[in-house]
Design a protein around this ligand. Structure first.
Ligand code: ATP
Length: 338
């Protein structure tokens, strides 16, 4: 029995959470993998109701769980996810971008993953005022850079792909910070002679993601660049509605969609739940590896292939060119999981 904590979030978060709960309940009942789900509050609604975007009870409940699922939260995202990433030392943010059938995608042979450092860089939001200026601190350490580089090379080793790591930075301008990141990745690369290692400036990477996305396998980069490039890579394969993410540490992990709370479509029952359901697939893989539980891998594969097969039939939500509502798409998945 796995204890799953679930932050239901803001905007489309509650709709995506309902979809995830339906799918988890089906897996629990029909595929015999057992969970206990605890719904938790964090984000804008929590801030309004309790005065805290990340209430203490939520943190306590997450600590008692085996794994955390997080639907998107709104304006207070930085006070929730950035804090959780650092609190649980979830240093690796894993964002796959993979071609699925029938997508409004650039090509159909894309299979890459962005490995984003998750604990440092400008994204931590350490800012202050100085005279008439505003200053942001960008801290990059050798420890965190080597740690994420190792994660990227291990990922490339395990993937059934072209075995290539592209280190993305801007060391020609930020010579010290990005220079250290690039140097750390190069040093780690020496331990992986069977993996192709290349370096790319972030502007060139942004262009190449459009020009030749099929050439990427594993991208390793710093926190802010990873945030931006992963929105781009998800659009390249069809859009944010299909983009899952994992935040992984040595002892704990949190899974969430790449996208935000999407207030423009909230409450309309049109959001694509695939981003969250594919995050469940990543959760199953992580649980399987951590607990040596082959059933988790089987269930994860089944869930991904079910989504794959469903969209292949043209049954899709509006964002990717279909007409299914969130609840209809979820019901289709649930039926196919039997
Ligand atoms: P954040 O800065 O918090 O990441 P954002 O301002 O970039 O958020 P998102 O909430 O990520 O915006 O959404 C960007 C656009 O993508 C929105 O217009 C939204 O409608 C669309 N979108 C995002 N997620 C989904 C989804 N699951 N299904 C359908 N459309 C989505």
């Amino acid at each position: 029995m796995y204890k799953i904590s679930l932050i239901t979030g803001d905007g489309i978060g509650p709709e995506l959470s309902d979809s995830a709960i339906s799918v988890l309940n089906t897996i629990h009942d029909k595929l015999d993998l057992k969970f206990e789900i605890t719904k938790l509050s964090a984000g804008d609604t929590a801030l309004k109701e309790t005065g805290k975007a990340l209430p203490d009870e939520t943190i306590d409940a997450i600590k008692k769980s085996d794994v955390c699922l997080k639907a998107p939260v709104g304006e207070s995202a930085a006070d929730v996810i950035v804090v959780l990433r650092r609190m649980f030392d979830l240093y690796a943010n894993i964002r796959p971008a993979k071609s699925y059938p029938q997508m409004p995608a650039l090509r159909d042979d894309i299979d890459m993953v962005i490995v984003r450092e998750n604990t440092e860089d400008l994204y931590i939001g350490k800012e202050f005022s100085l005279g008439d200026s505003a200053v942001a601190l960008r801290v990059i350490s050798e420890f965190a850079s080597k740690r994420i580089a190792k994660y990227a090379f291990e990922t490339a080793t395990q993937r059934n792909s072209m075995k290539k790591v592209t280190c993305v930075h801007k060391s020609n301008v930020m010579r010290l910070t990005d220079g250290l990141f690039a140097k750390s990745c190069s040093e780690v690369a020496k331990n992986y002679p069977d993996i192709i290692f290349e370096q790319m400036y972030v502007d060139a990477c942004a262009m190449n993601l459009i020009r030749q996305p099929e050439k990427f396998d594993v991208i390793v980069t710093t926190n802010l660049f990873g945030d931006i490039l992963s929105d781009e890579s998800s659009q390249v394969v069809g859009g944010l509605g299909m983009a899952p993410a994992a935040n992984i540490g040595d002892n704990f992990a949190l899974f969430e969609p790449v996208h935000g709370a999407a207030f423009d479509i909230a409450g309309k029952n049109i959001a694509n739940p695939s981003s969250f359901l594919l995050s469940l697939k990543m959760m199953f893989d992580w649980l399987g590896a951590k607990h040596n539980d082959s059933k988790c891998f089987t269930v994860g594969e089944k869930l991904e292939s079910t989504i794959f097969n469903l969209v292949k039939t043209g049954a899709k939500t509006k964002d990717i060119g279909g007409s299914k509502s969130t609840s209809e798409f979820t019901a289709d998945i649930v039926n196919l999981l039997y």
